[in-house]
Design a protein. Structure first.
Length: 320
């Protein structure tokens, strides 16, 4: 059965039937003109992201459930990076009329499963016919009385730390683009990110001065913190250990694995700056430091071992 066969409201009925989780934040879920979500803090953290077939995913590389996990993770990670707890997702699906309805149902399963990792629930959305399969997700979150962790608070003397996998998804993308399907660890990392959502609020309580999720590449995303904070950031290449599967894949493909680690996105790791005396758990890897911006020339907001990165673009840019 295709979505055209089921019709718009048949599609909506089938999808919402698979989103049955409950949450104390959700006062009214799908089925009315709008959902009703509690905001105990009195403030709502909101983020939105779009996945377009052929640009962000391919159906011959990833299952519908995989795409659902990725679409949810991209937004939930943004909420965590503000130091907030995700509460709800809104999802819009634009699909060709010949899309199998089972694909949409499995997409919903992936969205619900990923949201469930954080306690969030899919509370509504929209559907439309489109020649290009597109998924748009909006995430909402609650700060729990804490101040949001912005990009603009990094101070000279802070340490830079990363939590979560990094470089794995970029390696998986390269492997898939070369026509291979292994190592499985790396390919699965591209298909389904493993995001340390809980560490966002933890970082806020520890006094993180700035934070961001690594969606476009570590150097590129740290560049956003550097620009917003008016500081420089220096990353130490030797802070990273290249996992054996990544090292073997890089050797086989003839690439530098540090390119994946430093400039690859889609893992949605959390990168944060902390005062130097902060006691960080083993969940965090210290990878660099924040320095005064006067130490850098224009365009050198983020360096590697004190020098401008010479390995190409620092990360992903949709329009480059």
């Amino acid at each position: 059965m295709t979505v055209a066969t089921a019709g718009e409201f048949g599609l909506i009925s089938r999808v919402t039937a698979r989103l049955g989780a409950e949450s104390p934040y959700v006062l009214l879920g799908p089925g009315d003109d709008a959902a009703l979500v509690a905001a105990p803090d009195g403030r709502v953290v909101a983020s939105t992201d779009v996945l377009v077939e052929g640009r962000h995913f391919r159906r011959d590389w990833s299952s519908a459930r995989d795409v659902g996990h990725r679409a949810a993770a991209a937004n939930l990670a943004d909420i965590a990076a503000m130091g907030a707890r995700p509460t709800a997702l809104l999802v819009a699906l634009c699909a060709p009329a010949n899309l199998q309805i089972s694909w949409a149902e499995e997409l919903a399963d992936g969205l619900a499963a990923e949201a469930g990792k954080t306690g969030a629930v899919v509370v509504g959305g929209d559907t439309s016919a489109s020649p290009t399969l597109t998924i748009s997700v909006t995430a909402l979150g609650d700060l729990g009385g804490e101040s949001p962790v912005l990009r603009s608070g990094a101070q000279p003397g802070d340490v830079v730390a990363v939590a979560g996998r990094i470089g794995h998804a970029a390696a998986g993308y390269t492997i898939l683009s070369r026509g291979f399907r292994s190592p499985k660890l790396l390919v699965e990392a591209f298909r389904r990110p493993e995001v340390p959502y809980h560490l966002g609020p933890v970082a806020a309580r520890l006094g993180a001065t700035a934070m961001i999720d690594v969606s476009d590449g570590l150097l590129a995303d740290l560049g956003h913190i550097a620009a917003a904070s008016g500081v420089g950031i220096d990353v130490r290449r030797d802070a990273f250990t290249v996992p054996e599967p990544m090292r073997d894949a890089a050797t086989a493909l003839g690439v530098d694995p540090y390119g994946w680690i430093l400039t690859g996105g889609d893992d949605h790791a959390l990168a944060a700056t902390f005062p130097s005396d902060t006691r960080l758990s083993s969940d965090w890897l210290v990878v660099g430091s924040v320095v005064a911006s006067s130490l850098f020339t224009a365009g050198d907001g983020v360096t590697v071992d004190g020098r401008r990165y010479a390995g190409g673009a620092p990360g992903w840019d949709h329009f480059r």
